[in-house]
Design a protein around this ligand. Structure first.
Ligand code: ADP
Ligand code: MG
Length: 418
């Protein structure tokens, strides 16, 4: 069983290499390697097959070169190159009757591959695997036929098993793996496409919904303004409502723009402590309404660079969420810490908290647990502003205990160093 033993060793080497290739492909997360790289890999495989071949007599070599040639020829259309390279490598092992046999078998095969590959790709996945296996069997039969003419004295059972079972088995295994990977990559692409479409759809629906409401209201009041006998004070009131509604539509657009392209309009030095104090004074009435106690602890210094308006928008969103997370009151801690490179702002509430799934979805557009009271845009805007200001966000949360946001911004001194 010498041939069988050798071919099994050959097959294991091929499968181990295939496994490495798969892991490498999976890690690099893309399925498009250059054709040159593929050709080099296949030439390497061919060389390995010939190197580990079993050669009981000088003119005959038993190996699995069929596998890379069939797979490369059918799947990649590189049969011609592989056969040429194989013949060159084989030449190095000696010019003998075995080489002549090889020439007779593989040159017509290379020409056949040339015509076969485009047709092959039109078949279904299952049929492709069957075709590859059939080709392996046919080549196995032809090789045993050559053995019949050029008998080397090996037991027939060994020859038949080695050529009729092992190569088709190897080809089948590899073809199946290729089809499997191909399918899963395609599925992944489809999924990404669907997700993208869904996002666009949601965006469109939300924009039209949120802008249409204020616009409908505004146009209603404009119609009322048409009335010539409308008292002056009413006219004034309606105009201010129209203005308010238009402003609200503008705010929605602003939110989307901030998310899509968080440009920092005017960059200036911000004193974190003073900014936060102002934001807190804006939010105190809402906090009082919810019986939320605000407790602050600010480090003495802390300057960062950023857009004041955006900075406010960011922290108003975070603090509003914190207050909303404590409908029955609680404590809201706002602290800042200062180090050489970063100013860290820490916002902790004693509210309802989030589950790990909720935490994972935080910042996703339209992700809200507040039903019609929420837009699910607040955190999305927060993330994009912090990113635009070169900052980082870390969130810890425990259900029924509370949530802590750590927002880190580079200090002015660290920015200057760069
Ligand atoms: P919205 O406030 O309109 O729901 P956000 O983007 O501001 O949208 O917040 C998304 C979701 O994140 C909220 O619905 C809420 O479930 C969760 N969340 C945000 N901040 C907190 C917090 N401090 N405590 C608990 N849940 C929070
Ligand atoms: Mg919110």
């Amino acid at each position: 069983m010498e041939i069988t033993k050798h071919l099994f060793l050959n097959l294991s080497i091929l499968i181990i290499l295939l496994l490495f290739c798969l892991i490498w492909l999976d890690r690099s997360r893309k399925f498009n390697i250059s054709k040159t790289a593929i050709i080099i890999i296949f030439i390497l495989l061919l060389w390995i097959c010939l190197q580990f071949s079993y050669s009981p007599v000088p003119f005959a070599r038993y190996d699995l070169r069929i596998i890379p040639i069939v797979i490369g020829g059918l799947y990649l259309g590189i049969g011609l190159i592989l056969v040429a390279v194989m013949l060159i490598i084989r030449l190095f092992y000696g010019f003998d009757s075995g080489l002549i046999g090889t020439l007779l078998l593989y040159v017509p095969l290379a020409i056949a591959f040339f015509r076969l590959s485009p047709w092959f790709w039109k078949q279904s996945s299952d049929r492709r695997i069957s075709i590859a296996i059939c080709l392996g069997i046919i080549l196995g039969i032809l090789t045993t036929g050559a053995e019949f003419i050029n008998y080397t004295g090996n037991p027939w059972f060994d020859v038949l098993f080695a050529y009729l079972v092992i190569p088709p088995l190897g080809i089948g295994l590899i073809a199946y793996s290729i089809e499997y990977i191909k399918k899963s990559v395609e599925l992944n692409h489809q999924l990404i496409k669907v997700e993208k479409l869904k996002a666009v759809e949601q965006m469109g629906a939300a924009i039209s919904h949120e802008i249409r409401n204020p616009l409908t209201a505004a146009s209603g009041f404009v119609q009322l303004l048409n009335d010539e006998y409308l008292p002056r004070h009413k006219r004034k009131e309606y105009l201010s409502i129209v203005k308010e509604e238009l402003n609200s539509a503008e705010r929605v657009i602003q939110d989307y723009l901030t998310f899509a392209k968080p440009s920092l309009v005017s960059i200036e030095e911000l004193n974190v402590k003073n900014e936060l104090k102002q934001i807190i004074s804006i939010l105190t009435p809402i906090a009082n309404q919810n019986s939320v106690e605000i407790i602050t602890d600010f480090s003495v210094i802390g300057f960062i660079k950023g857009d004041r308006q955006r900075f406010r928008q960011c922290f108003i969103n975070i603090l509003k969420n914190a207050v909303e997370a404590m409908p029955n009151g609680g404590q809201l801690y706002i602290e800042t810490h200062f180090s050489q490179d970063y100013v860290t702002i820490c916002i902790r509430d004693t509210g309802i908290g989030m589950t790990s799934e909720q935490l994972e979805r935080l910042g996703e557009p339209y992700y809200s647990t507040k039903g019609k009271n929420g837009t699910g845009l607040g955190m999305m805007v927060v993330y994009s502003i912090v990113r635009a200001m070169n900052g980082f966000i870390r969130v810890e949360s425990e259900i029924e205990t509370g949530t802590t946001f750590y927002i880190k911004f580079p200090t002015i001194t660290s920015l200057k160093k760069k």
